[in-house]
Write a protein that binds this ligand. Structure first.
Ligand code: FMN
Length: 177
């Protein structure tokens, strides 16, 4: 798919077909994630992939509305970052005014690659910021060197939702000449 078309057509998908996605497909999508830029190329993102019974278990760790949003989605991905990496020096001090912000920045770049690569493969995604963090951490035995940033669903979309309104460039940018 042409890149600009992909950027325009990516939508949050909240209705999925009851159709399997293979581990190979997920690996291809995560390969795209691994190619995202990151602070000093530290690549802080880590992923926990839930398929089959694990998918159902993780779906139960979502609030009811998100569980309904991802009904039938065969894959849920927990996206994490390795703490104290992006934006930190070797002594573990944050080196910019953003503190640990670049960790989440890097994860966001990788997650956008996940969404766009999935779209290119005919798949849809939903980024979820609301989930039971403690339950997911315990389920995957995620230690405290990692921070959970979001949960994503991956699956075949039932349809293409209408685009939500966006601010104009004039509203979001200041040009000074
Ligand atoms: C960090 C983040 C967290 C989000 N959390 C949720 C969520 O918990 N549930 C949900 O249905 N959508 C969630 N969304 C999706 C947004 O609502 C969606 O991206 C936005 O409304 C724009 O729609 P679009 O993605 O179709 O362009 C989240 C998006 C982001 C980037």
């Amino acid at each position: 798919m042409e890149l600009t078309k992909g950027i325009f057509e990516r939508r949050s998908i909240r209705k999925y077909e009851d159709k399997a996605v293979t581990e190979e497909q997920v690996k291809e999508i995560l390969w795209a994630a691994s190619n995202a830029p990151s602070w000093k190329n530290l690549q802080p993102s880590r992923y926990f992939v839930a398929m089959g019974d694990a998918r159902d278990a993780v779906a139960d760790m979502l609030p009811e509305f998100n569980k309904n949003n991802v009904l039938n989605a065969p894959v849920l991905v927990v996206s994490c970052v390795k703490k104290g990496t992006s934006g930190f020096d070797k002594e573990g001090n944050a080196v910019t005014h953003l503190g640990d912000g670049y960790l989440h920045f890097d994860n966001g770049l990788a997650v956008q690659n996940i969404c766009l690569k999935a779209l290119d493969m005919g798949l849809g995604t939903l980024i979820m910021g609301l989930y039971d963090e403690k339950a997911i951490r315990a389920y995957f035995e995620i230690d405290d060197t990692l921070e959970i940033v979001c949960v994503l669903s991956i699956g075949y979309p039932v349809d293409q939702p209408a685009a939500r309104p966006r601010k104009t460039v004039e509203e979001i940018a200041v040009f000074k000449k």
